[in-house]
Design a protein around this ligand. Sequence first.
Ligand code: SF4
Length: 351
Amino acid sequence: MKFTRRDFIKNSFLLGSSFLFPPIPVYPAEKKEIKWIPAYEKLETEGKLAQRVKQAYAFFENCQLCPRKCGVNRQKGEKGFCRSPIKPMIFSYHPHFGEELSLVGEKGSGTIFFSHCNLRCIFCQNWPISHEGKGKEIKDEDLADVMLKLQSMGCHNINFVTPTHVMPNILNATRIALKKGLHLPLVYNTSGYERLEIVKLLEGIIDIYLPDFKYMDADKAAKYSAGASDYPEVTKKAIIEMHRQVGVLKLGHQGIAIRGLMIRHLVMPNRTAGTEKFIKWVAETLPKNTYINMMPQYRVEYKAYDYAEIARGITAQEFLEAMDWAEKYGLTNLDPQSVAVRNFYHHRRSS
Ligand code: SF4
């Protein structure tokens, strides 16, 4: 079905008529009640989860868990680019109410912030955690207990923030927690800098993929993310695979996300993120109703002050042009908060 300009405006009005956060998110996604079982539970029932944990742990011996492919032996205590030990380190965990509405619901998204990062953007807002590695080393069993604690607090999902370099620990902890009663969807909240082979290993374990797509140009990725010039190409492949596994976003009871792909794109000053190219790529590669969160909250953090191109926040005009491109290329499932911000800017202009 063709998505017209009128449909776009009507949909945007419905989503953002309160201008900021509508009380009930309305997505053009599946909303009917279905009996839901977490992906990893099915895999355990089939007797395959233990094998996946073993396969994942094997990567620690010659670490190739991410596109950096350091080749260090983390079993022996060697550290690669991410500086992560073999045990997971976490900075904090808590019900998070600042994530996408369909993850937050009433009780919050059960967020676990891992220390260290395999990408290390110079504008990272969590730089003490990602760059300096602030946090505490724990065992996989402790990580499982954290997941169960978040579940007991009523969280709607377990949201692993920056999981790539500790993926084997996450899989092991999931299996331990499953045996103790874990039954929530897992959210893989990643920078997008993922190897295809590793994402394939996660099939049947992760229910919700939440990748960033930060840049479309290799030189920007290299400049602002520690030489990761392959970021655009590897991230494209990873996201296509994520979509193959879980499809477009599906919502369950009260509009809570239960499965699917949700892509975040941070609009940056001076078109640094390549937003139009990103939207065009989504429109040409994935279904038009792929969930996209166009994020307006870029702020100057950490070393971004040293780069004139990104040493300011974005303007209303920069965010509005990004949303106009989404309309132009026919994307139909934009995050309600993105739509509300756009409507707010439009309202402010016309008043
Ligand atoms: S996870 Fe860390 S050590 Fe392993 S390849 Fe990536 S950056 Fe290197």
